[in-house]
Design a protein around this ligand. Structure first.
Ligand SMILES: NC(=O)c1ccc[n+]([C@@H]2O[C@H](COP(=O)([O-])OP(=O)(O)OC[C@H]3O[C@@H](n4cnc5c(N)ncnc54)[C@H](O)[C@@H]3O)[C@@H](O)[C@H]2O)c1
Length: 257
């Protein structure tokens, strides 16, 4: 595969776990990392899809593996990270693009929707980052990226569960960045705006929510997965070596409107 040699953005040879790597955002991210010469582990709750994604990367000539992952399980997070170490010797990067989206008016929100949002988006971000950090801190290097959301920052009606989980994941990013800074492990987050993927189908497919979401984006379009790629690559690469604890909103201006 063609490798890019700009040292500021170089990630060739890095071993990177992409959680939710079979998903609407995770898969394009995984493909970009592989195209740039990284070794990519596709980790997902959907093991069959993870396996076919990894197989597709290998067909393109990349080093890739698939591993099952349930981010709500501490043991599963540890096993996925260990899988990378067993295959390639160390873990250099984590991109957590797993997550769920549940909405409902606060007075009516199902308890299970609240709990699953917190379990997967917040506790899952913690357990997975901690599993990666346990390997990266002793090796004194690593970059962790969590895909949070504009909902880490803005309030939308009906978003109690999602926004609370994403705001928690964003602030968690800052605490972990602080704890691991001296060890050279950087922890950042990327907050996308609405991007057509299976997760966002409930927003996009309903004209009312679609128009309302669209109207809030100053650049007057929804996001696309490739809008995130430069930020992901940069945060993993040496060019970002002094950048930690930040939430980068790649959102067409959503969080300033
Ligand atoms: N699409 C958007 O509009 C948008 C906007 C902002 C933020 N985000 C965030 O980006 C991330 C990815 O979203 P997406 O649009 O790609 O969604 P998606 O539904 O297309 O993909 C999510 C992936 O996460 C996996 N997953 C779900 N639960 C899991 C678990 N417990 N353990 C491991 N993997 C699990 C799913 O199998 C799926 O492959 C999510 O955190 C989402 O909140 C998405």
């Amino acid at each position: 595969m063609p490798h890019h040699h700009d040292p500021l953005f170089a990630i060739a040879g890095q071993n990177i776990l992409v959680a939710g790597g079979a998903g609407g955002l995770g898969w394009p991210i995984a493909q970009e990392l592989a195209q740039r010469g990284a070794n990519v582990a596709i980790a997902d709750l959907n093991e069959a899809k993870a396996a076919s994604c990894a197989e597709a990367l290998r067909r393109l000539g990349a080093q890739a593996l698939a591993t099952g992952l349930n981010v709500t399980s501490r043991a599963s997070c540890a096993a996925a990270c260990q899988h990378v170490v067993a295959a390639w010797g160390r873990l250099d990067g984590l991109v957590n693009a797993s997550g769920i989206y549940r909405v409902g008016a606060a007075l009516d929100l199902a308890d299970q929707d609240w709990q699953n949002s917190i379990d997967i988006n917040l506790t899952g971000s913690f357990q997975l980052a901690r599993a990666a950090g346990a390997l990266m801190v002793p090796q004194k290097s690593g970059s962790i990226i969590t895909i949070t959301s504009v909902s880490s920052h803005v309030a939308n009606q009906n978003y109690a569960a999602y926004a609370a989980s994403k705001a928690g994941a964003a602030h968690l990013t800052r605490v972990l960045a602080l704890e691991w800074a001296a060890a050279g492990v950087r922890v950042n987050a990327i907050g996308p705006a609405v991007t057509p993927t299976p997760l966002a189908a409930p927003i996009i497919d309903n004209p009312t929510t679609r128009d309302a979401a669209f109207a809030k984006i100053p650049m007057q379009r929804f996001g696309t997965p490739d809008d995130l790629l430069a930020s992901v690559v940069f945060l993993l690469a040496d060019g970002a070596k002094f950048l930690t604890g930040q939430i980068i909103y790649v959102d067409g201006g959503r969080t300033i409107s």
